[in-house]
Design a protein around this ligand. Structure first.
Ligand SMILES: [Zn+2]
Length: 122
């Protein structure tokens, strides 16, 4: 476990995301991702936006919007729309994102499943 400067509230969720990507391999150099390669870009109630980058070959995997609370995520229309409009537009302009990245994010969601918070030990 490397030094973590995460906030107390969402730190365990972010660690779970880091641990997930540490079990994945870079599709370019086939090295596993490092915890330091996962950056928390944005943190909102029930949602985290992370950017994943391979530290071995410096290639980005992309940006993933991760729901950390499934019940609240269903009501996100009112709560989150303000920044998603802005930020998703910003993310869309980033060249790092392509179909594969979106696919990876979806696979990420699927692998977490509906009960992934059970792994967080809350
Ligand atoms: Zn790599």
């Amino acid at each position: 476990m490397t030094g973590s400067k995460m906030s107390q509230s969402q730190g365990s969720s972010f660690q779970a995301i880091q641990e997930y990507f540490q079990r994945q391999s870079c599709r370019y150099c086939y090295q596993p991702f490092a915890a330091d390669g996962v950056q928390l870009l944005r943190e909102e109630p029930g949602i985290m936006v992370v950017r994943v980058c391979c530290l071995e070959c410096s290639r980005p995997l992309g940006v993933a919007i991760v729901g950390t609370n499934n019940k609240k995520a269903q009501a996100k229309k009112t709560k989150v729309s303000e920044w998603t409009k802005k930020d998703t537009q910003k993310f869309e302009k980033m060249p790092a994102i392509n179909y594969d990245d979106v696919l990876a994010a979806h696979q990420f969601f699927n692998s977490l499943g509906s009960d992934w918070q059970r792994h967080l030990g809350r």
